[in-house]
Design a protein around this ligand. Sequence first.
Ligand SMILES: [Zn+2]
Length: 227
Amino acid sequence: MPEYKDISYALKRSKRKTSSIYIERDGSISVMVPENLSDTQVEDMLEKKRFQIYKHLADWEDANYNRVYREFVSGEGFYYLGRSYKLEIVSEQEVPLKLKNGSFRLRKKDLPKAKEVFKEFYREKGKTKILKRVKFWQEKIGVAPKEVKIMELQNRWGSCTPQGNVNFHWKTIMAPLTIIDYIIAHELTHLIHPNHSEAFWNELDKVIPDYHRHKSWLKLNGAGMDL
Ligand SMILES: [Zn+2]
């Protein structure tokens, strides 16, 4: 792995015209450059972006320091709408997973694919609840998304496309309702301003004046909302 000062990175040369630097999900750095860029030019670019890279790494650490890796064993806690529910492995049950009497009940024979079963649970619940809240917020904000999907996104809660489709990560439903509302309103506001400009935040401020609070909540707790 090439290193520049204290930055080690994976370098990929390709037919692209522009260079970009990515902080990957695991915190590693990838540098993508056009084929003909020399090593010195790559280092020049890293030098210019050095402080931005440090900033991104710091943000990444902020977002991940409280990351939890969950095990599918009895007693482990799993989030749903901002609350943690203990997992119980049950021998018989008509569905693979359900939330009942304050605990998640997972059917024993579904243990090998527990992660998929949980994702499916979150996806299903998310579909109903998130779509409902999207309806509410789209009227307030005055936008009309073409399509709303619950899916697996990289390290983002939501995304939108230039065609006006809005996507939400299935893990969104793990967060408290106020945070889910923030994530939804945030994404829908992107249909007006597809960036994080001042105009964007001003627009969001009209419907969620305390969005700062939700934003920092997510930054602090978001990484723990995962499987
Ligand atoms: Zn955004």
